[in-house]
Design a protein around this ligand. Structure first.
Ligand code: ZN
Ligand code: ZN
Length: 446
């Protein structure tokens, strides 16, 4: 499997003398299997030089599958400049997560309206198929691809591609679910020491992978000012990949303010982190033009053959119960959930919530912790003790941002834990992620 980077910058293209080594184009990675199946991971401005190269060198007509993590600008701006799309006879399949109430076709056509661009989407010469994806396992171009939602303020998918006996993951853009990766009472570096169930699930998705390409936009020093913007630090990406026994890690989605010297220091510090965790993982900051080939490990092939695939669950309207004694919070949550097409029920306390759950059987519960008795933890305990609601997804949504209350919630059976304040797209993403994957009620068992 060949991996080639065409754009490694996050947010906005940053050409200029200070970015010549790592590059200024936004997200775009080319992956080609031994049998010639070609994937294009994101279509940031790096897709322009990739398209030129494919037209000049590759086999014609061109067939490729474009996997978009999401449709933020820095992941689609190169799409209208990707020359193979203009050529009749070429065949492209474009995949992206379903979300936001508009189809992928509508979103991509939006950035090509005459106000923004001279050629409309419908005028492109190539045959283009559009696929709206959710979490699941798919066969694309004869290759097995698994998807999992990332934590980002938009519907965003991570991709796991398995071909030639090699497993590659593309995890961009993604923010940790919790500020501290490890429980303070556990030994860092192990999957079971990860504090938040969402972070553990993210680690399990990349477990034993040959190659992981991960968002690493910020430094740990920058992160507090950028919380909830949907990105990782190099320190988080390195630690979680090392714990997941990843063999090769590429850090990408470099911040526009980080020049070449700064990124070299990030690379150095990331390698020190991997070494301090006694991980043999090789870590690099991805750069434009970076190219590596990965060969299969015979034992890995046996493991992949045994993998079970499930069919993707279609996105549907959920019936969600919001439990909070604070009316303003209920209004905010209701607005966000209605906007995403869900149905909302409300309860202002634990007793009322338990009654509603027994009577109306919601699909999901958003549960506050600090309420008049029974408080959130007690309500959660009762939900889990009842046979009918043992696996009902419950997101704890609370002003408590401390480790003790997060740990107590997960131990009590919370599916996810989100601290206030939250933004509507963030809540939407967490609901989607929480409901997309079948899992047991108790996050610690996943
Ligand atoms: Zn981005
Ligand atoms: Zn983004």
């Amino acid at each position: 499997m060949l991996v080639r980077f065409w754009g490694t910058r996050g947010s906005i293209a940053t050409p200029g003398p200070s970015t010549t080594r790592y590059g200024g184009n936004t997200s775009c990675v080319e992956v080609v299997t031994k049998s010639g199946v070609r994937f294009i991971l994101d279509c940031g401005t790096g897709a322009r030089p990739l398209g030129i190269r494919m037209m000049a060198d590759g086999p014609q007509p061109i067939t490729a599958t474009i996997l978009l993590t999401h449709t933020h600008w820095d992941h689609i701006q190169g799409f209208p400049f990707f020359t193979p799309l203009f050529v009749p006879g070429n065949h492209m399949t474009v995949c992206a997560p379903q979300g936001g109430g508009r189809s992928l076709l509508e979103v991509l056509a939006g950035q090509m309206e005459y106000t923004y661009f001279p050629v409309e989407l419908g005028q492109l010469g190539a045959a283009i198929d559009y696929k709206d994806l959710a979490e699941g396992a798919f066969e694309l171009g004869g290759v097995q691809v698994t998807t999992q939602y990332l934590n980002h303020p938009a519907a965003t998918l991570g991709y796991r591609i398995m071909a030639d006996g090699v497993t590659l993951l593309y995890l961009c853009d993604h923010e940790p679910y919790w500020e501290n990766l490890w429980r303070s009472d556990a030994e860092p570096g192990k999957l079971e020491s990860i504090l938040h169930a969402g972070d553990r699930r993210h680690a399990v998705f990349m477990e034993n992978a040959d190659v992981v390409i991960h968002d690493a936009q910020y430094t740990p020093e920058e992160y507090p000012a950028k919380k909830n913007w949907g990105h990782s630090t190099y320190s988080f990406a390195t630690q979680i990949a090392a714990a997941a026994n990843v063999k090769r890690l590429f850090l990408t989605h470099h911040d526009p303010t980080h020049d070449d010297d700064f990124l070299s220091r990030i690379e150095e510090r990331s390698r020190e982190i991997a070494a301090s965790l006694q991980s043999p993982m090789k870590v690099s900051c991805a750069f434009e033009g970076c190219e590596e080939t990965f060969e299969s490990d015979p034992y890995e092939v046996l493991r992949i053959r045994g993998t079970q695939f499930h069919t993707p669950s279609p996105e549907r309207a959920l019936r969600i119960l919001v439990v909070d004694d604070d009316e303003d919070l209920r209004i905010l949550a209701r607005k966000a959930l209605l906007r995403s097409g869900h149905k909302v029920m409300e309860a202002s306390g634990g007793a009322e919530a338990l009654e509603l759950i027994a009577r109306d059987k919601p699909d999901l519960v958003l549960l506050d912790l600090l309420m008049p008795p029974p408080d959130g933890l007690e309500t959660l305990r009762i939900i889990r003790s009842r046979e009918a609601t043992r696996s009902l997804p419950v997101i704890v949504l609370t002003a408590q941002g401390d480790e003790a209350s997060a740990t107590a919630s997960f131990e009590g059976g919370a599916t996810d834990y989100l601290s206030k304040p939250f933004t509507p797209p963030q809540l939407d993403a967490r609901v989607r992620s929480c409901f997309a994957a079948p899992r047991s009620g108790n996050g610690l068992e996943n």
